[in-house]
Write a protein of this length. Structure first.
Lengths: 387, 597
C-alpha cells in the first residue's frame, strides 16, 4: 500500500461561527429535521460504545415520562485519553451548545456536565464560559440550564449508569441494564448521556448539515474523530483525523520508526501488533477507539504493559460483580505466576478462557472489556509473557 | 391487567406477565437456575452472575435474575457456554474465599457450598488462592452477631436487607476493586454502630460471613452441670418455625414435640415465654389506660402519647439511635423474655424453693437482638443476670440434632409449671399485629366489661402483612370507673420491619398522626420472620408461619391474657397489682439515647 497522508479535519476546534449563530440555526429547524440530519450523518457515540447518537436522542424524546435530562459525560478516565480535556479547554461553548440542541430535541430543561475529578483546574474557566452561555440562551429565549457536577475520581463513574448513581449521591456502581438511560437514567428519568466530543459533533452537524460529516470516513465509521496520541511517538498530542485509516497509515505518520505495537482504545481497547498493522482499520469495522492511541516501540516489555493495565482494572473495578472483581485479580496474579515460573505456560490458556468468561458475564463494560487488551496482548506477545 | 409475554426457555414455550424476569419464568417451568445474590425479599442486585443464561442473538450471557422476559426471547439455561461460565464464577468466588467448610458454622447450610458441590468444583487446576493476599477481619465483639469477612462473597444481600427492609444501613460497601468489602461506619465493630442486632442480614447471608453468636456449648455445659437448675423459655414464634430445620413441613405447629425435645435435652424445667407475654398485656394495657387517663382526665402535659410497644429489642435499639427524643413514648415494660428472666430467679425460685444463684435461665428466641438485650446492664433486676443464654430457633434445631432426636417422630408433651401456661393472646405475639390484638382483647374488656366486638375475638384489621396498618376502635358502654373513655375512638397503628417503623415515627414526629397506641416489631412479619428463624425466610414462608400462629390461637381454650390462671395467680401471690411496686422493680425498665451513626 502506498503512503497516503492522513486527513486532518477541523470540525471540533473550528470557531468560525459563533455559538449564538449555531444555536439560531438549530432553533430554526424542527426536532425531526435535527434528528434526521444526525441520522443521515451516521454519527456514532465517541465515548466508547459507539451507539448512533440520533437514535439515542429519538428514543428519549419518545418516552411517556416528560421530565428528561441531558448529561455530558466528561469523566474521561480511560488511560491515554485526554481529548475531552482539550475540547473543554478550547471550545467549551460548543459542548454546551450540543447539550442545548439535544435538550431541544428531547424536551429537557436541565443538563449536567459530569466533570472528571482530576479536571477541577478547568472548573473556574468552564463556569465562566457557562455563565456566558446561559446569557446567550437568555437572549435567545431558550429555557435550558446546565450545572457542572464534579466527579468522584473513580474510573467506573464514567460508565453511564454508575455516573447516574454517583450523581444521585450513591456509590458509583453500574446498574442492571435494561432499563437503558433513554428510559430510566438520572433519577430514573429518560436521559441522554453523551460524550463531550459526541456533543460537539452533533452541534456542528446541526450547523453544517449531514453531508460535510458523512463525506468523511467509511460506511461503518462516518466522519472524523479526535485522537489522544501518546507513548513512543515524537508527535504526542491531540489530533482530529478522518476515520477509516489503517494502523499502518497511522504508524507511518506518528510512529518513531520502531513501533512494535499500538494499543487502540486505551486499557480497555485492543493491542495491534506490527504484523497486523496493515489489515487493521481504526474504526467500528476494525478496532474501535474512544480516542486513545498508544504506541510502543521495541524497547517496551509487553508484559509490563499488560501488567499495568491489569493493575489498573484490578483497582478500578467497582468490585460488585464476581467475574470482574475476582477475574482481574486472577489475571494479574496469573501472569505474574507464569512469568515467575510458578505456573506452567499452559496456564495462560486457562486465563484466556477466563477472560472470555469475563467478557460475556461481567455486569458492565469495564469487566467485559478487560479481555480485549488481555487476549490481544497475550495472543500476540506470548513469549514476552513467559520469558 | 399486565400484558403477557411469550418466550422460549430450553425449547419450552412459556407465557408470563410483563415484568417477569427470565429467572422467574424458568422457575414456572421448574427449571432451576442457580442464584447467590438474589433474594425474594430484596431488590435485584445482579452482581454474583451465577444465574447467567444464554440468550439467542445476544453478545453476552445476561443475568437471568435481572433480565426481564421479552416477547420472542429464546433462552437456554444449560449449554456448554453457560456451564463453563458458571463454573468459572464459582471457582472465582472460592479463590477469594476462606473455604474451611468442616469447621464453618454454616457447614451444610451454605449456598456457596451447595453450588460448589453441585458443580463439582475440584481443588486441582483451579485459580490461584487469593486468601493469603487479603487482610480479612473477623468481628466477634457483638453478643449477637459475628461477621467474618473471609467468608463473604460480596453479594450485598446484607447491605440491601439493612437498607431496604430496616432503613438502618449499618452495613455498606467500602472501597473498590480487589479491596471492595462489606463494612460498617468507619469500619467500627458491629457492636459500636447503629446496628439493631435484628439479624435480618444474618438470615439472608448465603454463607458463613454473618452468623449469630452461638451459645450452644455454654448451654450444654449448664445442662450437664449437676449443681444447676436450668430453666428454658420458648418464644411464641419458635413453635411455628422450628420444624422447618428438622424435616417438618413449613407452617406446621410443633409446640408439643418441641417441649418433648427440650425435656429430652435435659432442661430441668420447660416453660413458656407466652406466660410473660400474657403478663406483658396486663402491665402494658394498664400502662396505656393510665396514660390515657392522665392525658384525658388529668390533662397532664407530661404524659407521652402515643405509647409504643417495647417487646422487640431490635426496635428498641433502633429508636434509641434514631428517635431518642421519643424514648418516653415507649412502654416501660420489659420484653416478655426479660420479664420471664427476672421472674425465673425470683418468683419461680421462691415457689420452687430453689437457690436463684443456681438457676441458669435459657431462652429460645426467633431473634438475635434478644442476645444483646439479655446482655444489657439493666437486665439484672433479679440480682443476677436475668437471662443467661439466648439461643435462636436455629441453634435449638442444632442441639436437637446433636442429641440424636428424630424430631418429626417425637411424641407431644405439655409445658411444666409454674410459668408454663399461656393463652391464644400470647401466641399471636409472634405475628405482626399480635400484641395489638391481644392488648385490645384485654383492654376493651377491662374498660367495658364486654368482649371486643369482633367475630370470634379475631381483630382482622390489625392482621396481615401490609407494612403499616391502622385500626380504630370506638369504646362505648364503659364501666363507671372508665367513663372518661366513653365514646373515645382509640387509634392504633401496627408496623413491622424497621423501614415501616420509620414511616410511622416520621408521621408522629411531623404531627401527621394522632395515634394512641403503636405496635412495632423490628422484623418483617413480626417475630415469626425474626433474624433467628430458620433459613430461608421469605414472604411465602412468613405467611405460612402466620397462618399457623392464628391457628394455634383459635385452638386455645383461653384466648385472653387476663384469663390466664397463672397470670391471675402471680398477681394474687406475688405481684399484687399491675404497675405495682414489684412490677416496677422486676418487669419495667428504662432506655438510653444512642448516637445516630
Ligand atoms: C468503565 C467505563 C468507563 C467509561 N468512561 C467513559 C468516559 O469517561 N467518558 C465517556 O464519554 N464515556 C465513558 N464510558 C461510556 C459511557 O458509559 C457511555 O457509553 C457514553 O458516555 C455514551 O456517550 P456516547 O454515546 O456519546 O459515546 C465508559 C464506559 C465504561 C464501561
Ligand atoms: S464489570 Fe467490574 S466495574 Fe462493572 S459492575 Fe462488574 S465489578 Fe463493577
Ligand atoms: S461459608 Fe460456606 S463455603 Fe465457606 S467455609 Fe462456610 S460452609 Fe464452606
Ligand atoms: S456478608 Fe453475607 S450477605 Fe453480606 S455480602 Fe457477604 S456474603 Fe453477602
Ligand atoms: S442486624 Fe439488622 S440492623 Fe444490624 S446490620 Fe444486620 S440488618 Fe442491619
Ligand atoms: S443471582 Fe443473578 S446475578 Fe446473582
Amino acid at each position: 500500500m502506498s503512503y497516503t497522508q492522513l486527513k486532518r479535519v477541523d470540525l471540533i476546534f473550528d470557531t468560525e461561527a459563533t455559538t449564538k449563530d449555531i444555536l439560531q440555526t438549530a432553533w430554526s429547524k424542527t426536532n425531526e429535521q435535527i434528528v434526521n440530519e444526525l441520522l443521515e450523518s451516521g454519527l456514532k457515540g465517541r465515548g466508547g460504545a459507539g451507539f448512533p447518537t440520533a437514535m439515542k436522542w429519538k428514543f428519549t424524546s419518545e418516552q411517556p415520562e416528560k421530565e428528561r435530562f441531558v448529561i455530558c459525560n466528561a469523566d474521561e478516565g480511560e488511560p491515554g485519553t485526554f481529548k475531552d480535556r482539550e475540547i473543554l479547554f478550547k471550545v467549551p461553548q460548543k459542548v454546551f451548545g450540543g447539550m442545548a440542541v439535544c435538550a431541544k430535541v428531547i424536551g429537557a430543561t436541565q443538563g449536567f456536565v459530569y466533570l472528571r475529578g482530576e479536571y477541577r483546574f478547568l472548573l473556574k474557566e468552564l463556569q465562566k464560559q457557562l455563565d456566558d452561555f446561559h446569557g446567550i440562551l437568555k437572549d435567545l429565549g431558550i429555557n435550558f440550564s446546565i450545572s457542572i457536577v464534579m466527579g468522584s475520581g473513580a474510573y467506573i463513574c464514567g460508565e453511564e449508569s454508575a455516573l447516574f448513581e454517583s450523581m444521585e449521591g450513591k456509590r458509583g456502581e453500574p446498574r442492571n441494564k435494561p432499563p437503558y438511560p433513554t428510559i430510566a437514567g438520572f433519577r430514573s428519568k429518560p436521559t441522554v448521556i453523551n460524550n463531550v466530543e459526541t456533543l460537539v459533533y452533533a452541534f456542528m452537524i446541526t450547523k453544517h448539515g449531514a453531508k460535510k460529516f458523512k463525506d468523511l470516513g467509511t460506511a461503518d465509521s462516518r466522519g472524523s474523530k479526535v485522537f489522544s496520541i501518546s507513548g513512543d511517538t515524537p508527535k504526542a498530542g491531540i489530533y482530529e483525523l478522518e476515520l477509516g485509516m489503517t494502523v499502518e497509515q497511522f504508524v507511518e505518520e506518528f510512529g518513531d520508526g520502531d513501533t512494535k505495537a499500538v494499543q487502540v482504545g486505551g486499557a480497555s481497547g485492543f493491542c495491534v501488533p506490527r504484523k497486523k498493522f496493515k489489515d487493521t482499520i481504526i474504526g467500528f469495522e476494525g478496532v474501535p477507539t474512544g480516542g486513545s492511541m498508544m504506541l510502543f516501540n521495541s524497547s517496551r516489555s509487553m508484559y509490563n504493559v499488560l501488567h499495568n493495565y491489569l493493575e489498573f482494572f484490578e483497582e478500578e473495578s467497582c468490585g460488585q460483580c464476581t467475574p470482574c472483581r475476582v477475574g482481574c485479580q486472577q489475571l494479574m496474579k496469573g501472569i505474574e505466576a507464569v512469568k515467575k515460573g510458578k505456573k506452567h505456560a499452559a496456564y495462560l490458556e486457562q486465563l484466556m478462557k477466563l477472560s472470555q468468561t469475563m467478557k460475556i458475564t461481567a455486569k458492565c463494560g469495564l469487566g467485559q472489556s478487560v479481555a480485549n487488551s488481555f487476549s490481544s496482548i497475550v495472543e500476540n506477545f506470548k513469549e514476552e509473557m513467559i520469558y | 391487567m399486565a400484558k403477557n409475554i411469550n418466550l422460549k426457555i430450553d425449547g419450552i414455550t412459556v407465557s408470563v406477565p410483563e415484568g417477569t424476569t427470565i429467572l422467574e419464568a424458568a422457575r414456572q417451568l421448574n427449571i432451576q437456575i442457580p442464584t447467590l445474590c438474589y433474594h425474594e425479599d430484596l431488590c435485584i442486585a445482579g452482581n454474583c452472575r451465577v444465574c447467567v443464561v444464554e440468550l439467542k442473538g445476544a453478545r453476552t450471557l445476561p443475568a437471568s435474575c435481572a433480565m426481564p422476559a421479552a416477547e420472542g426471547m429464546d433462552v437456554l439455561t444449560n449449554t456448554l457456554k453457560v456451564r463453563t461460565a458458571r463454573k468459572h464464577i464459582i471457582e472465582l468466588l472460592l479463590s477469594e474465599h476462606n473455604a474451611q467448610c468442616t469447621t464453618c458454622y454454616k457447614n451444610g447450610k451454605c449456598e456457596l457450598q451447595n453450588l460448589a458441590s453441585e458443580y463439582k468444583i475440584s481443588n486441582g487446576e483451579t485459580f490461584i488462592d487469593l486468601v493469603p493476599s487479603k487482610n480479612y477481619q473477623i468481628d466477634a465483639y457483638s453478643p449477637s452477631i459475628i461477621k467474618d469477612d473471609s467468608k463473604c462473597i460480596r453479594c450485598q444481600r446484607c447491605v440491601r436487607t439493612c437498607e431496604e427492609l430496616q432503613h438502618v444501613s449499618a452495613l455498606g460497601v467500602a472501597y473498590k476493586g480487589d479491596k471492595m468489602k462489606i463494612s460498617t461506619f468507619f469500619e467500627n465493630p458491629m457492636f459500636e454502630v447503629v446496628c439493631t442486632n435484628c439479624g435480618q442480614c444474618v438470615n439472608r447471608c448465603p454463607t458463613g460471613a454473618l452468623i449469630e453468636r452461638n451459645y450452644i456449648d455454654q448451654v450444654w455445659d449448664a445442662i450437664y452441670d449437676e449443681n444447676t437448675h436450668v430453666v428454658v423459655q420458648t418464644a411464641p414464634a419458635v413453635r411455628v418455625a422450628l420444624g422447618e430445620d428438622l424435616g417438618v413441613d413449613t407452617g406446621e405447629i410443633v409446640t408439643g414435640k418441641m417441649v418433648t425435645a427440650l425435656k429430652r435435652l435435659g432442661f430441668n424445667s420447660v416453660l413458656d415465654t407466652d406466660f410473660t407475654a400474657d403478663l406483658t398485656i396486663i402491665e402494658e394495657g394498664n400502662e396505656l389506660l393510665t396514660r390515657l387517663k392522665r392525658a384525658l382526665v388529668d390533662k397532664d402535659p407530661n404524659v407521652r402519647l402515643p405509647m409504643a410497644t417495647s417487646c422487640s429489642p431490635g426496635w428498641i435499639k433502633f429508636i434509641e439511635h434514631t428517635y431518642p427524643e421519643y424514648l418516653d413514648n415507649l412502654s416501660t415494660c420489659k420484653s416478655p423474655q426479660q420479664m420471664f428472666g427476672a421472674l425465673a430467679k425470683t418468683y419461680y425460685a421462691q415457689k420452687r424453693n430453689i437457690d436463684p444463684a443456681k438457676i441458669v435461665s435459657v431462652s429460645i428466641m426467633p431473634c438475635t437482638a434478644k442476645k444483646f438485650e439479655a446482655d444489657r446492664p439493666e437486665m439484672r433486676s433479679s440480682g443476677f443476670k436475668d437471662v443467661d443464654f439466648v439461643l435462636t430457633t436455629r441453634e435449638l434445631a442444632v442441639m436437637i440434632k446433636q442429641a440424636g432426636l428424630d424430631f418429626a417422630k417425637l411424641p407431644e408433651s405439655d409445658y411444666d409449671s409454674i410459668m408454663g401456661q399461656s393463652t391464644g393472646a400470647a401466641v399471636i405475639f409472634g405475628a405482626t399485629g399480635g400484641v395489638m390484638e391481644a392488648a385490645l382483647r384485654t383492654a376493651y374488656e377491662v374498660v367495658t366489661g364486654r368482649e371486643v366486638p369482633f367475630d370470634g375475638l379475631n381483630i382482622t384489621a390489625v392482621r396481615g402483612m401490609d407494612g403499616v396498618r391502622e385500626a380504630a376502635i370506638t369504646i362505648d358502654g364503659t364501666k363507671p370507673e372508665w367513663n372518661f373513655l366513653e365514646g373515645v375512638t382509640l387509634k392504633t397503628v401496627v408496623a413491622h420491619g424497621l423501614v415501616n417503623a420509620k414511616k410511622v415515627m416520621d408521621s408522629v414526629r411531623d404531627g401527621k398522626a394522632d395515634y394512641h397506641f403503636i405496635e412495632i416489631m423490628a422484623c418483617p412479619g413480626g417475630c415469626l420472620g425474626g433474624g433467628g428463624q430458620p433459613v430461608p425466610t421469605n414472604k411465602e414462608i412468613r405467611e405460612k408461619r402466620a397462618k399457623a400462629i392464628y391457628q394455634e390461637d383459635t385452638g386455645k381454650s383461653i384466648r385472653k391474657s387476663h384469663e390466664n390462671p397463672e397470670v391471675v395467680g402471680i398477681y394474687a401471690e406475688f405481684l399484687k397489682e399491675p404497675l405495682g411496686h414489684k412490677s416496677h422493680e422486676l418487669l419495667h425498665t428504662h432506655y438510653k439515647a444512642r448516637q445516630r451513626y
